[in-house]
Design a protein around this ligand. Structure first.
Ligand SMILES: [Zn+2]
Length: 57
């Protein structure tokens, strides 16, 4: 399993995600970023920032 805390990238956000693999995390994060942060442009830099903070559990 992988887990990711949105607050590691966007301070103050308490959302956490877990999935079997990175793809599952990104699918959830993309929806959350658009719905809760108004972020619809998932840049390579953002992808990298998220990837760097995904933790295996
Ligand atoms: Zn968030």
């Amino acid at each position: 399993m992988k887990t990711f805390a949105c607050g590691d990238v966007i301070p103050g956000c308490s959302a956490r995600f877990s999935a079997a693999d990175e793809g599952g995390i990104f699918a959830q994060v993309a929806g959350h970023a658009a719905a809760d942060h108004g972020v619809t442009d998932i840049t390579p830099e953002l992808v990298q920032a998220v990837r760097d903070r995904i933790v295996s559990i």
